[in-house]
Design a protein around this ligand. Structure first.
Ligand code: NDP
Length: 477
């Protein structure tokens, strides 16, 4: 399927570091894919200079050199402030190959796309506040036929603003043509959850509160701030990771089995389970913890205290480690604590989903030793899977110990961004977030963010390079 990708914010960090390399990996797998790229940003650049950037970045992502050259030769660049409707018409006219006029009346109106032009993806690689302004400006632009919008995270700042943005976006294109990007939905082990849960009798039979005691979804990183204070100090670990990525993983882990794997079935199931998700115990103070790193050593690196990092405003009280415990209040999961955690500058990096099974109802008399918890561990990076089950020791057939069946999964063909982009460029919304789910993710976090802002949850500390504090109860030692 042919597609024209218009990148707004073509000189930005996301475009250079993730978006274009992701497309490069996609072109490595699908070198014949018909794709034209039009870039736009505020900086002055010729078509040829933009083509050179494209060629270099796509090749670095894995695109064969002749394919990267072909895409670069067909590319165009438009310098524009895209919050201006007139400038947007110029950008879209360049992309659609026809004049784009002003929008008249309240209806969505579309100039005809030239035959064979395929669809057009408008990718907002822009700061979130600019994205909102562009959506407002697009009200005055007659969008070309078959325009899809790809919107980066964060989608809104809270539930109310996400709803407002959804309402604005709905005036532009139908929901099926809106792709809210969460690249965790393109991670190979996150996608493995679909087959693991829905194609294995073994796990399907035990996937409920009847057999599962608790679930942990964690993304603990060794990376510290890495010069990103401008973004991170306004976001923090809860907004950056839990509100978006980890709640999407939670949805795949806990959703009801869909009858078919289609965008509609999967996204319906996602929305239903997120709607059923609430804070554990109903109290933001009891269900959450937050902390900030102090100076320390991560591996070989000396890391300054977060508050001493360049660009950080200590008074913002931004957390670098966050934990939230929720419950999916439905017949399948009620009573199972589900802990979501993510943090930076940690010495022990756990990126995984841990399913902890309940103890057997009766341990036969005579078996002895500590009965270790049986667990399924799904690694989110690296891509590993472990089944930790109870066996007997070799020295004593009645003594218990844990044995680990571990496997490293095949290497993903595509970078997570490449996987998500493959769907977007095909016009398939399955691996992107639907509007109602985006609102639910904020609804789950909003009370916690308010409690934190009100000082109801103390800011704890951990030294950079150490593990998550033991009192936080991480699933694995
Ligand atoms: P950057 O600030 O690096 O890039 C944004 C680009 O948009 C800049 O080149 C900027 O130009 C340009 N821009 C800003 N305003 C306008 C305007 N009015 N008209 C035209 N161009 C404009 O941001 P990022 O690339 O880091 O982030 C982009 C989006 O991606 C954000 O929503 C972010 O949350 C999301 N994201 C980013 C990730 C990352 O690792 N960077 C990861 C995941 C999501 P100028 O420099 O002149 O301001």
């Amino acid at each position: 399927m042919s597609c024209t990708l218009v990148i707004l914010g073509a000189s930005g960090d996301l475009t250079g570091r993730l978006l274009l390399p992701g497309i490069g990996s996609l072109l490595e797998r699908e070198p014949d894919r018909e794709l034209r790229i039009v870039g736009s940003d505020r900086v002055e650049m010729s078509d040829a200079a933009f083509g050179e950037v494209l060629e270099r970045t796509l090749t670095a992502g894995g695109a064969p050199a002749p394919v990267a050259r072909r895409i670069a030769d067909g590319a165009a660049y438009v310098r524009a402030d895209v919050t201006d409707p007139e400038a947007l018409r110029t950008v879209l006219g360049q992309a659609a190959g026809c004049a784009v006029g002003a929008r008249t009346g309240g209806r969505r109106a579309h100039p005809a796309t030239p035959d064979g032009a395929g669809h057009l993806v408008l990718y907002f690689a822009l700061p979130p506040a600019v994205t909102e302004k562009v959506c407002e400006a697009l009200q005055e632009v007659e969008l070309p036929e078959r325009t899809h919008l790809a919107m980066e995270k964060p989608f809104g700042r809270n539930e109310a603003s996400a709803r407002n943005l959804n309402e604005l976006v709905a005036t532009l294109v139908p929901e099926q043509q809106v792709h809210r990007v969460d690249h965790f939905l393109g991670k190979s082990t996150v996608l493995d959850l679909i087959a693991l849960r829905f194609a294995n009798r073994l796990f399907q039979a035990v996937w409920s509160a009847e057999h599962i005691e608790s679930i942990e979804i964690a993304y603990d990183e060794s990376l510290a701030l890495e010069g990103r204070a401008g973004y991170y100090d306004h976001a923090g670990a809860l907004r950056d990771m839990i509100q978006s990525h980890l709640l999407q993983v939670l949805a795949l882990v806990t959703m009801e089995p869909p009858a078919r794997i289609t965008d509609r079935d999967l996204r319906d199931a996602t929305a239903a389970v997120l709607r059923a998700t609430r804070l554990w115990g109903g109290s933001p103070a009891a269900a959450s913890r937050r902390a900030r790193y102090t100076a320390g050593t991560v591996g070989e690196r000396q890391v300054p205290a977060y508050v001493d990092e360049e660009g950080v405003v200590p008074g913002r009280e931004t957390e670098t480690l966050a934990q939230l415990t929720v419950e999916v209040a439905n017949p399948r999961w009620a009573g199972v604590p589900i802990t979501l955690r993510s943090g930076k500058a940690l010495g022990v990096t756990r990126k995984h989903v841990v399913i902890t099974f309940a103890d057997v109802r009766h341990l036969p008399d005579g078996l002895h030793g500590p009965d270790p918890k049986d667990r399924l561990v799904i690694g989110l990076s690296p891509d590993v899977m472990e089944l930790r089950i109870t066996t007997n020791t070799t020295s004593d057939p009645l003594a218990l110990e844990q044995s680990v069946f571990a496997t490293t999964l095949r290497e993903a063909e595509l970078e997570a961004y490449g996987e998500v982009l493959a769907g977007i460029l095909d016009g398939d919304p399955m691996l992107t977030v639907r509007g109602d789910a985006a609102e639910e993710c904020w609804r789950i976090c909003d009370d916690v963010l308010a409690a934190w802002a009100g000082g109801e949850v103390p800011m704890e500390e951990y030294s950079a390079g150490t593990a998550v504090p033991s009192s936080w109860g991480a699933a694995l030692e």
